[in-house]
Design a protein around this ligand. Structure first.
Ligand SMILES: [Zn+2]
Ligand SMILES: [Zn+2]
Length: 316
């Protein structure tokens, strides 16, 4: 279905995006990845979140989150291999922390090591939109809720020139505590360029109305099926369907910001239309195991005027 054939005006409201199609794997520092290890200069200190007020709610150590995920993954694999219903063994259940267990709140007061969220090499991402001389994008976040960013993780962005990276940092610190939904499981990426169309509420009113009329007679939903790709992606448009559009302006210079990266709670949204051709049945819908709010997306914006201005986020 090519919606531009039916509504040629949409060509003026199109953009490309790169869907990342994360899948669990073992990426290295030379690979593009979600939640994988970052290529980090040996002499550059690892970033920490300091002097920030965290909203504290159910704290875990990263080791506990990883152990928990290993146990669930083993049970899933067993169920798939044997055809038996998914069930945890006695021993597995004993190893899981109690559902109401939380680490001491004071641990969220100290410096919190940022966690790797995305590492993307220019060669892998058609929509790489960084400084002209940079060929590596790294996104990190503080894995706790920040009141000043709408109770979401606080994001930092690094643009690098690979040729200038000397050595590799010996050890990457784990944060003392995390909110488990903000700790990505390492995934390799399978980038795919797609063409997107603007969120309905940001189209001219007449066009948006004609699309709605057309939807009533077709089996497609413009927003869900045909315009905005769900899942982790670079570039493209944001889907504002949670609160409707609001401006995202740079806090330094006031310029309207552009969408850099989307962190999503599901690769397929509500529509199987976006499932990759050949994707085996049973592929996890959330391989990264990051959940934003109640299954929403976190849109990460950058300033088009200067890459030195801080990024901003919006949860939708
Ligand atoms: Zn923080
Ligand atoms: Zn700016």
């Amino acid at each position: 279905m090519d919606i531009e054939e039916l509504f040629p005006e949409l060509r003026d409201y199109a953009a490309t995006a790169t869907r990342l199609h994360p899948r669990r794997g073992n990426p290295g520092t030379q690979d593009s990845s979600i939640g994988g290890p970052l290529r980090w200069p040996a002499d550059e200190p690892w970033p920490f979140c300091v002097d920030q007020e965290h909203y504290v709610n159910h704290l875990s150590t990263p080791a506990t989150v990883r152990r928990q995920r290993r146990i669930y993954a083993a049970a899933e694999a067993r169920a798939a291999a044997t055809g038996q219903p998914y069930e945890l063994t006695e021993a597995e259940r004993a190893e899981l922390p109690a559902s109401d267990h939380s680490e001491p709140e004071a641990l969220a007061d100290g410096p919190i090591a940022l966690v790797p969220v995305a590492q993307l090499y220019r060669r892998d991402v058609p929509d790489f939109a960084g400084p002209a001389d940079c060929d590596l994008l790294q996104v990190l976040w503080c894995p706790l809720d920040h009141p000043e960013t709408g109770y979401n993780p606080r994001v930092e962005v690094r643009w690098r020139r690979v040729a200038e990276i000397v050595g590799q940092v010996a050890e990457v610190p784990d944060p003392a505590v995390v909110y488990d939904d903000y700790l990505p499981t390492a995934c390799v990426v399978h980038p795919e360029p797609v063409r997107e169309h603007q969120y309905g509420g940001l189209l001219p009113e007449d066009l948006d109305r004609r699309l709605s009329d057309w939807e009533e007679e077709s089996d497609f939903d413009y927003q869900v099926d045909l315009s905005l790709a769900p899942g982790w992606k670079v570039g493209g448009f944001a889907n504002w369907s949670l609160t409707d559009w609001h401006p995202v302006d740079c806090t330094v210079c006031g310029t309207a910001m552009t969408l850099l990266l989307t962190a999503d709670s599901s690769e397929y949204g509500g529509s199987d239309v976006w499932r990759a051709v050949g994707e085996p049945a049973g592929t996890p819908v959330n391989p990264v195991e990051v959940t934003i709010g109640r299954g929403y997306s976190l849109y990460i914006f950058v300033c088009p005027t200067s890459f030195d201005h801080p990024p901003a986020t919006a949860m939708q």
